[in-house]
Design a protein around this ligand. Structure first.
Ligand code: ARG
Length: 597
């Protein structure tokens, strides 16, 4: 097991330990039941801040053994056996057998002071070596909104896992090795016969792809040569490799522009990387007698019952497939990269494929479920405002660079409508414009449960009310301006903390403090299921609770002349703690906090 230092456990984990002990003392026969502790959704004084819901389950289990005990009695028994803890103010049994836990104020003051002194420290979780396969567009084809979703979700998952101190490898599994390269190379040879000496000016790779496809469909001789080029390429012929590299570079540059704009980092490792490993994974499967002949193809079933559709490992023409490359890739990731957690961020349409790959990898001994965690992080499609698949007005697929440009345009309009262009310096304005444009596109993608489809609407995502990036960014700038106006020097927070202690006397201060302290619980929950909408909802909750606090608690008091007459330093510190938590969450969500907007 991993031993965590106590102070980095989330509150839920602290309480789980306490209640595990209480259950073991009260009911030793049931000491191994999973402890059910969770934060109460809406922080309110009534039902406590956290709840332990084990009593009902225990009552049921006892009933099965012939012992009849009301859950309420069990809850009271558990409560009696709870060891004292500085975290807990009081515990109450409510209703049919809920155990309501109230957080201790001094504990909260200490925890927030610690946060102010040292920044937000990650909750302790067992460390893993994680490989995240995301973005992964295809060369010569359009990088579409599906790839945009994978890019945004994948980047945030990496940031989340990095924050939790995992060892993260970010892999771009580029589609750079398909049969389409045969016709692309053959067409390149014809269009730019001098390509070996002089880089061909392919401006529009999509158009180039279309031209070559047209010839492929209409011209038998060309088609033959295209097939032959697949063979020469895959066998490593230098001229074919050169042509292939030139083609890939055109796409690569386009992709990189998108990654730079979205601040995304990836290591390119396309399907071509696995060519030699496909040969050896075939050997492995053959030696384990897992390949079966089927109408000239060689296939592999995911289990001995022949469930589902088999993988095609070798086509009848001897070539490899998407299945083969993913079998080689999963083996490389586990055996060579030594990863023990694999994450594939790919649309839901490919769930059958990944299911088969994962099962097959287990069957042939590459993946051992007791050592390796493997996830297909799937997501739904992006819809247009008409509820149909996202397209341009003329019905074409949307170019991602056009989409980002449109975001920049609309974000500027939004800022101008608020008159911000009159107030901000050109540099501040550009900063705000970018934060809003890219922030709103990312946030819209992340704030919905990723499994569901969502409607892409700039109008909705640029709304400054509701659970939007704009609302969160505005709230952050508001906090920053309070700190600015108070003239507090946050560069040396320790000094400030030495002279001004944090107090949480007002009901709204206390509510804000308790909300902020849920951050570790939320991060752990997000990482467990790889869902980022929980983090978005948490940011939104912080902003709402902060606004309630700010509306009823003066941080700075001014006289009629607008001069500051009183500064409540404790509240300024609470503002700063809020900003600290938000900054960390924004960073995971890819939002850029701006102090003026
Ligand atoms: N290039 C593929 C596509 O666009 C996605 C690749 C995902 N990763 C993988 N290991 N199969 O559909």
């Amino acid at each position: 097991g991993d031993s965590h230092s106590e102070d980095t456990l989330s509150i839920t984990e602290h309480l789980e330990k306490i209640f595990a002990q209480a259950i073991a003392t009260a009911y030793p026969a049931y000491s191994d039941v999973p402890v059910l502790v969770a934060p109460v959704n809406n922080v309110s004084a009534k039902f406590g801040d956290y709840q332990c819901n084990n009593a009902m389950g225990l009552a049921k289990q006892m009933k099965e053994k012939g012992i009849s005990k009301p859950p309420r009695e069990i809850a009271i028994e558990i409560l009696k056996c709870c060891p004292a803890s500085p975290i807990i103010e009081k515990i109450e049994v409510a209703g049919a057998g809920f155990v309501n836990i109230f957080l201790n104020k001094n504990y909260a003051v200490d925890a927030l002071t610690n946060l102010l002194r040292n920044g937000l420290k990650p909750p302790a979780v067992p460390k893993r070596r994680v490989l995240v396969d995301f973005s992964s567009p295809n060369i010569a084809k359009q990088m579409h909104v599906g790839h945009l979703r994978s890019t945004i979700i994948g980047e945030s998952i990496c940031r989340l896992l990095e924050f939790l101190q995992h060892d993260v490898i970010r892999i771009n599994h580029l589609g750079d090795w398909g049969t389409q390269f045969g016709m692309l190379i053959a067409h390149l040879e014809d269009r730019f016969p001098n390509f070996l000496n002089e880089s061909p000016p392919i401006g529009d790779l999509q158009a180039f792809y279309k031209e070559s496809k047209k010839r492929f469909d209409e011209d038998e001789a060309f088609k033959k040569r295209a097939y032959n080029r697949v063979v020469t390429l895959q066998s490593g012929d230098p001229n074919s490799i050169k042509a292939w590299t030139l083609i890939c570079d055109v796409s690569r540059q386009e992709f990189q522009k998108i990654y730079d704009r979205l601040n995304v980092t990836l290591k390119e490792r396309g399907e071509s990387f696995y060519q030699s490993r496909m040969l050896s994974v075939v050997d492995l499967l053959r030696s384990k007698q897992l390949l079966e002949l089927d109408e000239g193809r060689e296939i592999m079933w995911q289990d001995s019952e022949k469930t589902g559709i088999p993988l095609t490992i070798i086509k009848s023409d001897g070539g490899f497939t998407y299945d083969t490359s993913d079998m080689a890739a999963i083996r490389h990731r586990i055996e060579e990269e030594q990863a023990n957690w694999l994450i594939y961020v790919v649309d839901s349409g490919q769930s059958t494929h990944f299911n088969s790959i994962f099962k097959a990898a287990e069957r042939c001994g590459i993946v051992d479920p007791s050592l390796h965690r493997v996830d297909h992080v799937q997501f739904g499609v992006v819809l247009g405002e008409d509820g149909k698949k996202f397209k341009t007005r003329s019905g074409d697929t949307v170019k991602l660079s056009d989409l980002l440009d449109e975001g920049m345009k609309q974000s500027l309009q939004k800022l101008q409508a608020r008159g911000r262009d009159q107030v901000l310096t050109p540099e501040e304005l550009l900063n705000a414009q970018e934060a809003v444009a890219y922030g709103c596109i990312k946030y819209t993608d992340l704030c919905h449960n990723r499994i569901s489809d969502y409607v892409f609407s700039f109008e909705k995502m640029l709304d400054d009310r509701g659970n939007t990036a704009v609302y969160l960014l505005y709230t952050y700038t508001r906090i920053a301006s309070i700190a600015r106006n108070s003239g507090t020097d946050f560069s040396n927070l320790s000094d400030v903390l030495n002279t001004h202690a944090l107090a949480l006397d007002h009901e709204k201060e206390w509510k804000l403090a308790k909300t902020l302290l849920k951050v570790h619980d939320v991060l752990v929950k997000c990482a467990n299921g790889l869902y980022l909408h929980f983090l978005c909802e948490f940011c939104y909750e912080i902003c709402i609770v902060f606004t309630e606090f700010y509306d009823s608690c003066y941080c700075i008091e001014k006289n009629k002349a607008g001069e500051i007459v009183k500064i409540n330093h404790s509240r300024i510190l609470l503002c700063e703690a809020t900003a600290t938590v938000l900054r960390s969450c924004f960073n995971i969500l890819g939002l850029k906090p701006v102090t003026k907007m």
